[in-house]
Design a protein around this ligand. Structure first.
Ligand code: NDP
Length: 509
């Protein structure tokens, strides 16, 4: 890598970084002609590439390409076996380029590269294998209860999908949408966040290197308000899958509703992590730290509201704060780093403003709450100290707003009922975590928590076969094997008599 703008190169990471990132339409990068937007390395705050924003005309070309591919590339009609082969070829190609993708992702996101390489990029590859295996087992339905008739139910691809992904886990989240859309025979246009285009651009190129026909997956880049708006408002888009913030989701769904386009919405979270005194406390402590500080705290699944039973609270919270203060902050390309920078300067300011909010609300700051002071190349990076606050009330803003950074809030409870009441005291409902070795407590909590997923005695673990998505303001619809099949296919009933039918005869005089 000889680009002088990238200041902290590591041995063995000599991957090319594109000077400009453009759309990919019909399998080809388009000429750079739109507005130029700098892409930053969050660890240094310096630009590393330039994004070329797709305007409405370019989005139109991408949708037209997807439509042509849907109608005439043969992708929608491909046999299951051939489609599986293609998906598995993509899986292998992504794995073969895992180091490169992790490097590019790290370069515009700042999440620790080890985590990207070992988890998120592997997961991106696995998404394609998962759907290859799923479509090999998917089945239709037959109804033969009505005498003399058999009705079969088949599923067909819907058409052109608009896929919109956020910046916090760009390739892992976008690849889930792409894999699901194309596995069921659709074509698509993907729009990632304008902050994090680097790995996704390479990922879309790799899909074509793996043999995907041009036009099946198109990429457009740019701001949500320009490129995203043009995509979701496009008349020839048949369905929309969105992952991002709740307010953006509301806006997109309103626009889709006017045109009766089906949507799935994977939105924000403010998830409770409930620690009962009956828990394996050491494990719960490790998991509470991972739950809020991994991925630099920027995850929808973060266990950001930690509720601790009062009789263990002082000890638990004290030890949490001590460990939080010892987390190794640093260069995200260094495997020893535990916490990298936040994704942008604006996001860092937003997170730090919440430390101020906590103080004014009477919260007790027990760790962090300030920019992390770094030296050398990293001095201008967007680093924040791992932060933890003991809040005064569940109603305080730091317990209600999604902060989306390395920022834990603590509340205490005296009874099971109070724990559940606090956990459900939120407009969100994405996931919940419960820690207890007391079986009846775990069983009750699984029933009483109002969230799409409940994880018991474990940090987040995603079972792709099972539905994933949120209650309340955390979303509409689900992702997962069957859930994606339902979303990405139209269902058709074909009724055939099993013998000649007696038809009433009209017009015989
Ligand atoms: P945003 O809602 O700001 O953006 C998400 C995506 O939508 C981006 O690509 C953005 O583009 C685009 N976008 C913004 N406005 C529009 C618009 N009017 N029309 C079409 N597209 C638009 O979210 P963030 O990127 O800030 O992501 C963080 C959020 O995502 C958090 O709330 C988090 O909880 C949620 N999330 C949810 C997950 C889940 O599975 N439930 C998983 C991961 C994150 P651009 O950035 O270029 O403006």
């Amino acid at each position: 890598m000889d680009d002088p703008r990238i200041p902290v190169p590591q041995p063995g990471q000599g991957f090319p970084v594109p000077e400009t990132v453009t759309s990919i339409i019909d399998g080809q990068p388009v000429p750079a002609r739109g507005k130029r937007i700098p892409v930053f390395y969050p660890a240094t705050g310096r630009p590393v590439s330039t994004l070329i924003e797709a305007d409405a005309a370019e989005v139109d070309a991408a949708v037209a390409s997807a439509r042509r591919a849907f109608q005439s590339s043969g992708w929608a009609q491909l046999s299951t076996e051939k489609r599986q082969q293609q998906l598995l070829a993509i899986h292998d190609t992504i794995l073969a380029h895992a180091d490169e993708l992790a490097f590019l992702e790290c370069l515009n996101l700042g999440v620790v590269m080890r985590e990207l390489r070992e988890r998120q990029i592997r997961r991106a590859a696995y998404n394609f294998r998962f759907f290859a295996e799923f479509i090999g087992q998917a089945k239709g339905d037959v109804y033969d209860q009505m005498a003399g008739y058999r009705s079969i139910v088949v599923r067909e691809p819907v058409g052109v999908a608009a896929l919109i992904a956020p910046w916090n886990a760009p390739t892992a989240l976008a690849s889930m949408k792409v894999a699901a859309a194309i596995a069921f025979g659709n074509t698509c246009v993907l729009k990632p966040s304008e902050q994090t285009p680097l790995a996704i651009h390479r990922f879309v190129a790799l899909l074509h290197e793996a043999g995907l026909p041009p036009g099946v997956v198109n990429l457009v880049n740019g701001h949500g308000g320009i490129t995203g708006e043009a995509l979701v408002a496009h008349r020839d888009v048949d369905l929309i899958s969105f992952t991002g913030g709740t307010e953006t989701g509301r806006h997109i769904m309103a626009s889709a509703g006017r045109r009766l386009k089906p949507c799935t919405m994977e939105l924000g979270g403010k998830s409770a992590n409930i620690i009962f005194a009956s828990a394996d406390i050491e494990r719960a402590l490790d998991a509470a730290l991972v739950g809020i500080y991994s991925n630099n705290g920027q995850q929808c699944l973060a266990g950001s509201r930690i509720l601790v039973e009062r009789r263990i609270a002082d000890d638990f919270i004290g030890r949490f704060a001590e460990r939080a203060r010892r987390i190794r902050i640093g260069d995200p390309m260094d495997d020893a780093t535990e916490l990298g920078p936040l994704a942008s300067a604006a996001h860092r300011k937003r997170v730090l403003d919440f430390a101020e909010t906590a103080r004014t609300e009477g919260g007790r700051l027990i760790a962090g709450g300030a920019p992390a002071r770094m030296t050398g190349d990293l001095a201008e990076g967007f680093f924040v100290e791992p932060t933890a606050v003991v809040a005064q009330s569940s109603r305080s803003r730091v317990c209600q707003d999604e902060i989306f950074g390395p920022f834990a809030t603590f509340l205490t409870f005296d009874s099971y009922e109070q724990a559940i009441e606090i956990a459900n005291d939120t407009t969100f409902g994405l996931v919940s975590y419960v820690w207890s070795d007391h079986l009846p407590t775990v069983e009750r909590a699984g029933r009483d928590l109002r969230s799409g997923v409940v994880w018991v005695n474990t940090p987040m673990v995603r079972e792709l076969r099972a539905p994933f998505g949120g209650y309340k303001d955390s979303g509409v619809g689900r992702e997962g094997g069957e859930a994606c099949q339902h979303f990405y296919t139209e269902v058709k009933t074909i009724t055939v008599p099993t013998g000649p039918v007696a038809v009433r005869r009209l017009g015989l005089g």
